[in-house]
Design a protein around this ligand. Structure first.
Ligand code: NAD
Length: 358
């Protein structure tokens, strides 16, 4: 089969890790008889430098014409002084909205070979965990009305959270479908003791639960969820939550794995076209040094094969290769202590993974 992939390399380590993922996809193409065509487009700081805007129209058009999108990361100190509306990160909200990507899937899984990298105690980590966070991505407080006004105590800033029934239903359905493909346990995280949007969220999830009798639905307040993720992450399977709660909880879950350079994500909408990217940022502190861990980008490419192209065998081939390399003890600098020997560079880690794709 032939698939077109838009490459948004972005800034910092973005180009290095996206190029690693491309090499892995080329190996998969050769091995399984597929053809991937890659077309690069500008996004973020590099787009500002070349065109004056973080998300050029040509990039949006190119992504809309592609079968899928692979993104590195955007941003860096060079553009930190710009006002909010013209910063590189603004492009992320823009491209998600333009592509209608309302579902964000973030797996947070503990790799047995990397247990020591987790900040949790051995008895908690010993139980292992494999969580899928389903975060609503195009609604809620990040997209609500905001501004400044005169309030009771003088000038004040405000942001508003609004969720429609339709928005909650479509993310809820995505979460129930995800749970059906896993261990059939869904935790819906909200703040229904305080927020009206959460009360609508909760009742909508319960309505959907009637359509998925095999899935066990549990409600959890967001403050409790934040505690439980540290106390016993093994209790979770799929978590569904709003845009802001998901942003915070998925970062917490990623820290619990102890390996920010390894976690991928998928952003999906109502078509097969998705956008796939590591959860980490552009890591300007290590850009160009060869220290970047390419695994998050490589696993993002695996998610693309699974969710956009329905190539499950090929996705598993990549994931198994990553497991094999880690089990064999190969590490990039982010996964090693100061006395653990010489780390692999980004290129060396990529080549090791390619070597063991069976
Ligand atoms: P970051 O994720 O870029 O870096 C945090 C720390 O993790 C750094 O020490 C970095 O070296 C390390 N790290 C991250 N990815 C790594 C990898 N693959 N291999 C090895 N080490 C890795 O977060 P930050 O420092 O807060 O942000 C840097 C820039 O990235 C900022 O401009 C921020 O706005 C941007 N950002 C972009 C995205 C995105 O594009 N989706 C997400 C988060 C942050």
């Amino acid at each position: 089969m032939e698939y077109s992939i838009a490459l948004l390399r972005g800034d910092g380590i973005g180009p290095e890790i996206v190029d690693s993922a491309v090499l892995v996809l080329e190996k998969i193409a050769a091995k399984y008889g597929h053809k991937f065509t890659f077309t690069p487009y500008l996004i973020g700081g590099c787009a500002i430098d070349e065109t004056g805007v973080p998300l050029p129209e040509e990039t949006v058009k190119g992504c809309l014409e592609s079968d899928s999108v692979l993104l590195g990361a955007v941003g860096g100190p060079k553009w930190d002084g710009l006002p909010g509306s013209s910063r590189p990160e603004k492009a992320l909200l823009g491209i998600r909205e333009a592509l209608g990507l309302y579902t964000n899937l973030r797996p947070a899984r503990l790799y047995p070979a990397l247990k020591s990298a987790s900040p949790l105690k051995d008895d908690i980590i010993g139980r292992g965990f494999d969580i899928m966070i389903v975060r609503e991505l195009t609604g809620g407080i990040y997209f609500g009305e905001r501004g400044f006004r005169e309030g009771r105590y003088g000038r004040e800033a405000f942001d508003t959270e609004a969720y429609s029934l339709t928005e909650i239903e479509r993310i809820g359905r995505a979460a129930f479908e995800t749970a059906m493909k896993r261990r059939k346990r869904l935790y819906s995280v909200d703040k229904a003791n305080v927020l009206e949007t959460s009360r609508l969220w909760r009742s909508t999830m319960h309505g959907l639960a009637e359509e998925y009798p095999e899935v066990t639905l549990t409600d959890m307040f967001v403050d409790n969820a934040a505690m439980q993720l540290i106390r016993d992450p093994s209790q979770f399977d799929v978590i569904v939550t709003s845009n802001m709660f998901g942003d915070i909880l998925s970062d917490e879950a990623s820290q619990v794995t102890g390996s920010i350079g390894m976690l991928p994500s998928a952003s999906l909408g109502s078509t097969k076209r998705g956008m796939y990217e590591p959860i980490h940022g552009s890591a300007p502190d290590i850009a160009g040094t060869g220290k970047a861990d390419p695994i998050a980008a490589i696993l993002s490419a695996a998610m693309m094969l699974r969710y956009s192209f329905s190539l499950e065998t090929e996705a598993q081939a990549i994931e198994a290769a990553v497991d094999r390399v880690l089990e064999a003890g190969f590490r990039t600098a982010d996964l090693m202590g100061a006395d653990d020997g010489v780390p692999l560079t980004c290129t060396e880690m990529t080549n090791k993974i390619i070597e063991v794709i069976l």
